[in-house]
Design a protein around this ligand. Structure first.
Ligand SMILES: Cc1cc2nc3c(=O)[nH]c(=O)nc-3n(C[C@H](O)[C@H](O)[C@H](O)COP(=O)(O)O)c2cc1C
Ligand code: SF4
Length: 439
């Protein structure tokens, strides 16, 4: 697995004007440093003022779906306490193996996320708060919780639960199942967890980064938040960027930033002096974009949507020209198929076939029918799962069939353009396959 690098936004006056970075300090901040920088948690009393501010700010979820945060807050705030419970969860599962931003955020600024968790809890009238992590909590998180508790800062005690290292474990229904003591598997919805979640209680699940933004909006207001980003998609987001050096660079970027500023221009002018053949945007449920065709695109869903892409949880990768995009796609799709919970038809029957067909394409000489089969099967699984996993997987696969069409032709002739065979996109070591790996 690659190492993660906290990469600051471009320096100098431009950086100050843009007000970035907002979320990531250069070194871990303990409670003392956090309070010196931000002051105490700005509780507002049980009013809807924070929800109004979040609506005005335009903050959307940073866990992948970009859903308006105020709408979930409002639903959970309106719902009654059920069986004495109403729940908020900071989702730090980061189950996408290429994403490293939540782990870094929680290591560098745990108090910002914990402030957001407490403020969201207050806004919706929650009775319990949870932090859901894909690793054992690090010393910064444990220290932050202990320091906050000893100073009586938190209104609700925070329960930490560890997620299994599975792709689906961060999906919100899987989160709720795991917090309830069961396997971290998605279940059929509706009802949504905001209406009926943990133990049947209304449950607000927000990504860790989303809560950090919320904590800043509670302090500085919606106008401050909107000072960066676009009119329709305000603010900044954390991105995990892979360039040809194959390390994970975490950078906070204003929404609307040109992707070329984050990924390199793809013309051989990147730091590593490597040409780039394609960009992957939105991670393993994301979309391949051809280079240089997509060079003018920006980091916002309006611009990305014109190419059938979305920012997702901010995973961006520049695929160097010396790698085989088809082989990379087949490898990741094999992982995604193995990660499905196998509960629904499209995952049980569709994804393994799609993965096997891609592996065939990535080999030497394939049946003529294989590309047509892949297109047909992708259409068949779409929209038919209990969660978004089949749809996200086929979005990734279909974009590969388009962007790497010339490579498919080469492989049909028994050739491959790659001169470097080392796997590029990160996957976890040793994929778990047993039933008990879901807990
Ligand atoms: C397969 C799958 C995996 C997901 N993994 C994560 C994750 O690791 N972390 C996360 O915050 N959201 C994840 N999500 C999104 C959650 O279901 C949920 O929408 C999110 O936590 C809500 O927070 P947000 O609105 O602040 O983004 C995943 C969704 C899917 C379909
Ligand atoms: S669609 Fe797939 S991943 Fe989602 S719940 Fe069904 S079997 Fe599991």
């Amino acid at each position: 697995m690659s190492t993660a690098v906290n990469e600051s936004a471009p320096g100098g006056a431009a950086r100050l004007a843009a007000g970035l970075p907002r979320l990531l300090p250069a070194a871990p901040e303990d409670l003392h440093a956090h309070l010196a920088r931000y002051g105490p948690t700005p509780y507002r009393g049980r009013t809807n003022l924070l929800i109004d501010d979040i609506e005005t700010s335009g903050l959307t979820g940073r866990g992948g779906a970009a859903f308006p945060v105020y709408r979930k807050l409002a639903v959970v705030a309106r719902a009654g306490v059920r069986q004495g419970r109403k729940v908020v969860v900071a989702n730090g599962a980061e189950s996408e193996p290429a994403s490293r931003k939540d782990e870094l955020l929680l290591g560098l600024a745990p108090n910002l996320v914990l402030d957001g968790l407490q403020l969201a809890a207050e806004a919706v009238g929650a009775t319990e708060a949870h932090l859901y992590l894909h690793y054992a909590p690090g010393p910064q998180i444990l220290r932050a919780l202990a320091e906050r508790s000893s100073r009586g800062l938190d209104r609700l005690a925070v329960t930490i639960t560890q997620a299994p290292p599975r792709f689906l474990a961060g999906q919100e229904a899987a989160v709720v199942n795991r917090l309830g003591g069961g396997p971290a598997l998605p279940t059929f919805q509706p009802p949504r967890v905001s209406e009926r979640g943990l133990g049947g209680a209304p449950t607000l699940v927000q990504n860790a980064e989303t809560l950090a933004h919320l904590a800043l909006i509670a302090r500085y207001g919606p106008r401050w938040f909107r000072a960066v980003g676009t009119g329709d998609e305000p603010g900044s987001m954390l991105t995990t960027i892979y360039r040809p050096d194959a390390r994970a660079h975490i950078r906070e970027a204003a929404i609307g930033t040109p992707l070329s500023a984050l990924l390199g221009a793809g013309d051989g002018a990147s730091d590593e002096n490597q040409t780039v053949q394609a960009w992957l945007v939105g991670g393993y449920h994301g979309t391949w974009l051809p280079m240089p065709g997509a060079a003018g695109i920006t980091l916002d869903n309006a611009s990305l949507g014109r190419f059938g892409a979305a920012a997702g949880a901010g995973v961006l990768a520049a695929l160097p020209s010396d790698r085989c995009g088809l082989t990379e796609t087949a490898r990741i799709t094999g992982y995604l198929a193995a990660e499905s919970a196998g509960q629904c038809g499209p995952c049980l029957n569709g994804l393994p076939r799609i993965a096997a067909a891609l592996a065939e394409l990535a080999g030497a000489g394939h049946r003529r029918q294989t590309v047509a089969d892949l297109q047909r099967w992708s259409g068949l699984v779409k929209g038919r799962g209990a969660c978004n996993h089949p749809d996200g997987t086929v979005r990734f696969v279909r974009s590969a069939l388009t962007v790497f069409a010339p490579e498919i032709q080469r492989h049909a002739r028994g050739q491959c353009s790659a001169t470097e065979r080392t796997p590029y996109l990160p996957l976890p070591d040793g994929l778990p396959t047993r039933e008990e790996d879901w807990t």
